[in-house]
Design a protein around this ligand. Sequence first.
Ligand SMILES: [Zn+2]
Ligand SMILES: [Zn+2]
Length: 119
Amino acid sequence: MPKYTFSCASVGMDCGFEIKNAGSEEELLEMLKIHAKNSHGITSIPPDLLNKIKSNIKMSGKYSFSCASVGMNCGFEITNASSEEELLNELMVHAKMSHNLTSIPQDTLNKIKQNIKVT
Ligand SMILES: [Zn+2]
Ligand SMILES: [Zn+2]
């Protein structure tokens, strides 16, 4: 299971508050609401701040992908890459050398992202 980590410092708050290894984004956000209210006097988090928070939540887990999940029957798999970025960079090499794709079209990329497994 991926773990979710957030620190107030990552969104420019100078309070030292951190949540480490929450079991889900929902869990983390629920706790953050309590913290926002009690420590920052924010009773409801405005959407722009919420987006900023979400983009600063760090997810730790292992990232896996197989070409079969997007309908390619080449047998290629990547298992346990340490980040989505790493996995996508590795996949670019495979796409280029095995599928002759010099760049991955946006719709294919979206499909790939939906099929990346995080454990
Ligand atoms: Zn804080
Ligand atoms: Zn492939």
